[in-house]
Design a protein around this ligand. Structure first.
Ligand SMILES: C[S@@+](CC[C@H](N)C(=O)[O-])C[C@H]1O[C@@H](n2cnc3c(N)ncnc32)[C@H](O)[C@@H]1O
Length: 235
């Protein structure tokens, strides 16, 4: 796969959060609470997969559990402190991971390069989520999927509280924004059809609600995509 020659300009701001990377690695209740949602993201993965904002590589063991036949796993992670941890995670697994330091807003891949793009708790943190979604739409094949697990802006008083807490939270949590309207952004993008979107029970305020879902890249490149009928609760 050759590099894309028409890279976007992205923010010059360095993405480097050593304390958050260490905390995330130690404190994320991964197998315990998030594991089954990671299994959802990994379910039946095959072909070329891109993990955007791979962090400490938390998705890698789930992908490796599928067996390595027929799976080519790529990942981008701009924070060197997270990336170092992702390298260690990859080394502990049987999966060959092609890891790069690029940002989601400027992916170094040709058009239609991937069967599936994974986004686990990333669109809350990306500086320019619209540019990142454009890039994801560009690199995922027609018929391919964007699978995501994201915390999003709440409703009512919780949303207002998130707005207030956000400046503090952002500094403590590696740039994470509590109040991103990620579902609206995804559903509103005309490159994708919604396969499913679920609001999941797990999630603790203020980083809640959490949604997971699958979008399919349209094959016709047609106009406004299908809109989600709405969220539905699951356990
Ligand atoms: C909360 S962590 C999630 C890590 C991992 N995806 C997971 O499922 O646990 C968010 C990650 O997004 C990365 N990130 C921040 N800005 C980014 C960008 N512009 N493009 C790609 N990744 C970015 C951060 O460095 C961080 O590792």
């Amino acid at each position: 796969m050759t590099d894309c020659k028409t890279r976007r300009r992205v923010s010059e701001r360095r993405i480097e959060h050593p304390a958050f990377a260490a905390l995330y690695d130690r404190c994320m209740p991964d197998r315990f609470l998030i594991g089954r949602h990671r299994e959802y993201l990994a379910d039946g993965l095959s072909g070329r997969v891109l993990d955007v904002g791979a962090g400490n590589g938390a998705m890698i063991p789930y992908a490796a559990d599928l067996g390595t036949d027929g799976l080519e796993y790529h990942a981008v992670e701009p924070d060197p402190h997270m990336r170092r941890r992702a390298v260690r995670t990859a080394e502990r697994s049987d999966l060959q991971v092609y890891l790069r330091g690029d940002r989601a807003e400027s992916l170094p891949y040709v058009d239609d390069a991937f069967d599936t793009v994974l986004s686990g708790l990333v669109f809350c943190t990306i500086d320019d989520p619209d540019a990142a979604l454009e890039e994801v739409a560009r690199v995922v094949k027609p018929g391919g999927e964007l699978r995501f697990l994201e915390h999003v802006r709440a409703d009512g008083w919780r949303a207002r509280a998130q707005d207030r807490l956000n400046p503090l939270w952002e500094r403590a949590a590696g740039g994470c924004q509590l109040n991103r309207e990620t579902v609206e952004r995804f559903v509103g993008h005309d490159a994708f059809d919604v396969l499913e979107i679920e609001r999941i029970g797990f999630g603790v305020f203020p980083a809640a609600p959490i949604v997971r879902g699958r979008l399919r890249r349209r094959t016709d490149g047609a106009s406004l995509g299908q809109r989600a009928a709405g969220f539905f609760e699951t356990d």
